[in-house]
Design a binder for this molecule. Sequence first.
Ligand SMILES: [Zn+2]
Length: 148
Amino acid sequence: MAPRGAVTPTDDRPVEGMNEGHPVFRVRGTMALRLGRMVTIPILLAGGLLAGPLWGGVSVAQVLAVAAVAGAAAMLVGSRFADDRCSEPRCNHRLRPEDTVCPRCGGTVAGVIDHPQQRLEALERIEREGWTARTGERGEDAEPARPR
Ligand SMILES: [Zn+2]
């Protein structure tokens, strides 16, 4: 979340439909981190209480070990599930594999990138290639470069 002071006047527009006719990118991702957090954080919270004020019957080391193992397992499971997102920073809506238009901001999915930070670079590339929303065509190298 950006701090309130960082919000610029153009951010007043609603996200819904803000990118209609404009390109956005599919940011390829998986559920690994999301699922890892969902499992690890409650274990740490509950474990912290059990190891400390509530019971004291488990050690902090045991709590950390359980959280690490459960978190790793959750990330492994999560990495098998795609979690592609819209590259528009204010949108970040989940994109299904068949989506060619973002269901939230209305942007036309113009390519695939591996990280939100590649968005501007990819935008420059498709503009050089004469991308238009009408064709919605992906350039030859719309497939992302592998992360360094
Ligand atoms: Zn979007």
